[in-house]
Write a new protein. Structure first.
Length: 235
């Protein structure tokens, strides 16, 4: 069964509308919608914003629904000039940019006492996403790269440049690396899908509201196509 996590209601509402044979359970204050997309079992949930909400949501999907893969969909700010508003980034790996234990000798982003710096995404899921995106979103570009996550909305050029220089990230947002960490610890395939809503600079506040709806639609198109084609374990 595939677990689909979005941070905001707008990101998952349209996917929920496409579910058949739906049942709803509330766990941890989150509504988990279990159903089928074109006969394929999925669980769709709004995690809420931020890394703590995202991690809690992901662990519930593992413990209570037995998902064999997770996709985190949402929007993000671009960190590369060639990645434009409306384009989609598929994660190669993910790092928490606001993790700072440098006082103990760790590099910024490294979680102390863990033997991994960046949490990897699943190559099979990423390949499937690339194929589906070219099919259902032919009007935009699809990129692969590192997602950098933190409990911050990035709208400052200096902070953006620091993220680029420090982590070589492709986009920045608030949940993906936490979900990737949960997936890694549970040995479950994961992919972070981010539609670009802004440039993560001084124009971010204006761009976000203007392009949010378009970015979300691109993500929905992709997620529905992936869910239909996903070949996982039987529910």
């Amino acid at each position: 069964m595939l677990g689909i996590i979005g941070a905001m209601d707008e990101e998952v509402a349209k996917i929920r509308e496409c579910l058949d044979q739906v049942s709803v359970e509330t766990r941890g204050g989150m509504d988990f919608y279990k159903g089928n997309i074109k006969g394929k079992p999925v669980v769709v949930v709004k995690s809420g914003i931020g890394k703590v909400n995202a991690a809690m949501c992901a662990q519930i999907l593992v413990d209570c629904y037995g998902v064999d893969a997770m996709i985190n969909t949402g929007i993000a700010g671009s960190l590369r000039p060639e990645i434009n508003i409306g384009d989609i980034v598929l994660s190669t790996d993910a790092v928490q940019h606001d993790m700072d234990a440098t006082g103990f000798g760790y590099p910024v982003g490294q979680i102390p006492q863990m033997d991994i710096f960046a949490f990897p995404s699943d190559e099979g899921l990423r390949k499937l996403a690339q194929e589906c995106c070219h099919l259902v979103n032919p009007d935009i570009q699809t990129f692969s790269g590192r997602v950098v996550s933190g409990d911050q909305f990035i709208s400052d050029k200096k902070k953006k440049q620091w993220l680029i220089d420090t982590f070589q990230g492709s986009c920045t947002e608030m949940e993906g690396a936490a979900i990737a960490q949960i997936a890694w610890r549970n040995q479950i395939p994961v992919l972070i899908v981010r539609a670009i809503s802004d440039k993560a600079d001084d124009s971010a506040n204006m761009d976000y509201e203007t392009f949010e709806a378009k970015a979300i639609q691109h993500s929905v198109n992709l997620l529905l196509a992936m869910a239909e084609r996903y070949e996982g374990k039987e529910a």
